[in-house]
Design a protein around this ligand. Structure first.
Ligand code: GLC
Length: 550
């Protein structure tokens, strides 16, 4: 079980308003109480924080706002005493523009670091070399006066892309990865890794939107040749250690999944976006969302699970630091309750793969609605807000879109108690605390045996240390309902063992007929009643985890 910590928002030990590494060490008992095995630590390396640490200026140093190398060593040690391992974020598609390599690279055209990044001449009209749109919005190219050329940035302009074609870059990356692994970390979550290879024509692509640009994905996601880079990386680093790696790998074609996570794949597991991005418009602007249905969600989960199972092992999740809070995404506002929160947890927690929990998810933390763009911090939210205004949205509508999709929704400070600043910091928090902290906080949850926290704890126990652990770990995945139901349903099967997981996400009661008799209800968020002739009645937002073994 992996727990994702966003360090800036987790716990501030020194009152400067920002979470830090010592703060995480102080809260290890909380995590240990929940029962997790691994912490995924979002970046704590030295960084000017344009993208909160995903813009690294020194891979081998810790940002002073988070603490020191000594603090990290202590965290690794203290966590290990509690049986918890630490994995770090590996961000190697790009660096910060304040990294030494880039500073040297931009000085002139013929220094050895020039080729560490992608530099291109302007078009004859002086414009960017092509019409690629960066992931955060706007051109993917930034002009640099000094040498009169543009550099490529798939993400923000303070995140220039490393040129993986250059063997010197690949060697720097490998040496750094091994340096960290030798320090005793348990692996990496690998950031935006499917972007490292670009289409070297660097040509224009057909314009897809009003901004005259086209999504960079087409020319930089999963391009032919990427596997040579990744083979080399995993051969020379990961495979030499007993570690886990999980790739953030958007855009992997189905037939390529095995190259990522198969027996000879580059990584132990990867995140799939197909069902967590169910509300986003393909290659559209972030602020655009689409309608979806429960049966579509069920189908997407089934497809993702079956494809992953064919190839290797999966990573299952509902939230992370880039996603809004899951309860707001999957459950209509009027139906948000402890019951529907538990249902949502159970819906994904027993899928085949390693479950990931994002900080605060176990408390039912929700999206935040700031009143003005100034209150937002996230660089992507600001870029998207600007794009929305340029596209004719009113400021009010653009703000409404942020309330729904901003990455700051999941980045608000962790809600520890009902005291000032939710107990996150004694200083002024870098991002305003969600005003609902008096109702939703860890202290309250820990005092209430019926809370969502204890429900997650119980789900972890069932997966890890119960008579059902084996089937829930190694069992295959089988969808229970194919079409038309408002229920996400699946079974985990191992030899003669069979567990069904049923989550009624629709707002209506349903009656279901299962093909096997129910031996026992293992977990639910409601009182389980079996109807006549093996028919099961599920009220809205019921969750049932049933033992159907013979
Ligand atoms: C990944 C990270 C995201 C970051 C981006 C650029 O998608 O999860 O937070 O902004 O990469 O590094």
């Amino acid at each position: 079980m992996v727990y994702q910590v966003y360090p800036k928002s987790f716990y501030d030990s020194n009152g400067d308003g920002m979470g830090d590494i010592k703060g995480i060490t102080e809260k290890l008992s909380y995590l240990s109480e929940l029962g997790i095995d691994v912490i995924w630590l979002c970046p704590v390396y030295k960084s000017p924080m344009a993208d909160n640490g995903y813009d690294i200026s020194d891979y081998r140093d810790i940002d002073p706002s988070f603490g020191s190398m000594e603090d990290i060593d202590k965290l690794i040690k203290r966590a290990s005493e509690k049986g918890i391992k630490i994995i770090m974020d590996l961000v190697v598609n790009h660096t910060s523009d304040e990294h030494e390599w880039f500073k040297k690279s931009r000085l002139n055209k013929d220094n050895p670091y020039r080729d560490y990044y992608y530099w291109k001449k302007p078009k004859p009209d002086g414009g960017p070399p092509n019409n690629w749109r960066s992931v955060f919005g706007g051109s993917a190219w930034e002009y640099d006066d000094k040498t009169g050329e543009y550099y490529l940035h798939i993400f923000a302009k303070k995140q220039p892309d490393l040129n993986w074609e250059n063997p010197a870059v690949r060697k720097e990356v490998r040496d750094m990865v091994n340096w960290w692994l030798n320090k005793g970390i348990a692996g990496f979550r690998v950031d935006a890794i499917t972007y490292i290879k670009k289409n070297e024509s660097f040509g224009d692509i057909p314009v897809s939107e009003w901004d005259g640009l086209a999504s960079v994905s087409e020319m930089s996601l999963n391009q032919p040749g990427i596997h040579e880079f990744l083979d080399e990386l995993s051969r020379e680093t990961f495979s030499k250690f007993d570690i886990m790696t999980v790739a953030e790998a958007p855009g992997v074609p189905e037939e390529d999944i095995k190259k990522y996570i198969g027996p000879k794949g580059h990584f132990s597991m990867m995140f799939d976006f197909s069902y967590t991005d169910i509300d986003s418009v393909k290659d559209g602007m972030w602020y655009e969302t689409r309608e979806w249905s429960v049966s579509e969600l069920n189908e997407k989960i089934a497809r993702s699970q079956l494809l992953t199972e064919k190839a290797g092992w999966g990573a299952v999740y509902l939230e992370n630091h880039d996603q809004p809070r899951s309860i707001n995404k999957y459950i209509p506002e009027k139906d948000i309750s402890l019951k529907s929160e538990k249902m949502l947890g159970g819906m994904y927690f027993f899928l085949r793969g390693t479950p990931f929990i994002y900080q605060g998810q176990e408390l039912g933390m929700t999206n935040v609605e700031y009143d003005s763009i100034e209150e937002y911090d996230d660089i992507a939210s600001k870029d998207q807000y600007d794009c929305a205004l340029k596209n004719g949205l009113t400021a009010m509508d653009a703000l409404k879109a942020l309330h729904r999709i901003s990455r700051d929704n999941s980045r608000t400070p962790m809600q520890w108690n009902d005291k000032e600043n939710a107990g996150f910091s004694t200083g002024k928090p870098w991002l305003r605390v969600n005003p609902n902290y008096k109702k939703i906080n860890a202290e309250k949850a820990l005092k209430d045996k019926d809370s969502l926290f204890y429900f997650y704890k119980e789900m972890i126990r069932i997966r890890k240390e119960s008579p059902y652990s084996e089937v829930l770990t190694y069992g295959s995945y089988s969808p229970v309902f194919k079409k038309g139901e408002d229920v996400v349903g699946y079974a985990r099967i191992l030899n003669d063992r069979k567990i069904a997981i049923l989550a009624n996400l629709g707002g209506k009661a349903v009656q279901l007929k299962l093909d096997s008799a129910v031996k026992k209800c293992i977990l639910s968020n409601t009182e389980y009643k079996e109807g006549r002739d093996g028919v099961i009645c599920m009220e809205p937002y019921d969750l049932l985890v049933l033992d159907l073994s013979k």
